[in-house]
Design a binder for this molecule. Structure first.
Ligand code: TF8
Length: 339
């Protein structure tokens, strides 16, 4: 009896020490190393959320699944990682939906200028049926989409001149993502738009190969663009999502329990990431100002002129994603706005 009691106590202790409950022990989970690549640095909102994801996976799998978060594009820029996932040479990543359009054209939906008026609209559509439908399209191409994270509303920085009106964009050499809609958007605003991977952006700004770029406040802070850019215009011209992806080749070989661990952890990381990103964005402008950037708010009339010019690219998006998806999205947004 004594012995039996001691043995039970030891087993309980062991379970506690490994942080594993009876349920976790009973799950079909194998030891796995998961390479999770991302493009920003460890100190960014992307890096912080990657860490939260790694911890959640480790905890829910009783330490068996180890997600190695590898930042700063050490595994390559977005498009290269996407190909590695499709081929099964890398397990997971997070990156921009905008660089995914070469694989899944429906992702161009999120490139529509001024699609969402605020983060709440973005959350509702991305997490709702439309966002999930677009995500599901990835499966035909060898990718599994788990959740959307927030990159955020994008704003314009440059070194040439303060941009407060449409005409100021004229001839500004502006780096854009490798994406047709972004390229066309900025061309139609008069800029000289140049597509480049994010990993080459800082040095392109530093060497003045380009005059400017556009990204959310968070990235302008975390990638230290304020060191090489003087002017910031608050344009909020488009909301950029990030998407957490898995290689379908690899994912299909996982047990149901392992897939659940990853999906639950991804959802937890999403909730953390959106809050963290929004908290940081709320403080970023003051931060960038104190670091010496000149902040230019756009007059509502100027934003309206910009919006007007950009409606031209809507037709391009509609063609890329299909009229049905385009109309469904417009109807959903109209409903949300009570129109
Ligand atoms: C960009 C994007 C990037 C992301 C990141 C590397 O400008 O906004 O911040 O793709 O995942 O390229």
């Amino acid at each position: 009896m004594q012995k039996l009691l001691r043995r039970t106590a030891l087993a309980t202790l062991a379970a506690l020490a490994f942080g594993a409950t009876g349920a976790a022990l009973a799950q079909d989970i194998k030891p796995r190393i998961i390479r999770f690549g991302y493009g920003l640095n460890e100190q960014s909102n992307q890096g912080r959320a990657a860490k939260v994801l790694a911890e959640a996976v480790e905890k829910a799998s009783g330490g068996k699944m180890k997600l190695r978060a590898i930042g700063a594009a050490a595994l390559g820029p977005d498009t290269q990682m996407q190909q590695a996932l499709v081929g099964g040479a890398q397990e997971m990543m997070v990156g921009s939906t905008a660089t995914l359009v070469g694989i899944t054209k429906e992702m161009a939906l999120w490139d529509t200028p001024f699609l969402f008026n605020n983060a709440q609209e973005a959350d509702a559509v991305l997490d709702g049926p439309i966002g999930q439908k677009v995500m599901a399209k990835l499966q035909e191409k060898g990718l599994v989409g788990l959740v959307y994270w927030e990159n955020g509303f994008r704003n314009l920085t440059n070194n040439k001149r303060p941009i407060t009106k449409l005409e100021d964009m004229d001839g500004v050499k502006l780096r854009v993502m490798q994406n047709e809609v972004f390229l066309n958007s900025f061309k139609s605003l008069g800029a000289n738009a140049i597509p480049l991977p994010f990993s080459e952006l800082f040095s392109a700004l530093e060497t003045k190969a380009v005059d400017g770029q556009e990204n959310p406040f968070n990235t302008i802070v975390s990638s230290k663009f304020y060191e090489v850019q003087k002017y910031l215009s608050v344009t909020n011209h488009v909301y950029s999502p990030w998407i957490v992806l898995a290689s379908k080749k690899w994912w299909d070989g996982l047990s149901k329990d392992e897939q659940k661990v990853l999906l639950d952890a991804a959802k937890a990381s999403r909730d953390f990431e959106r809050k963290d990103t929004r908290d940081e964005a709320a403080k970023a402008l003051a931060d960038l100002k104190s670091k010496g950037m000149q902040i230019n708010e756009l007059a509502p009339a100027e934003t309206a002129r910009m919006r007007d010019k950009l409606t031209k690219v809507n037709a391009l998006v509609a063609t890329n994603v299909g009229m049905e998806l385009w109309n469904e999205t417009q109807a959903e947004l109209a409903k949300k706005r009570g129109k």
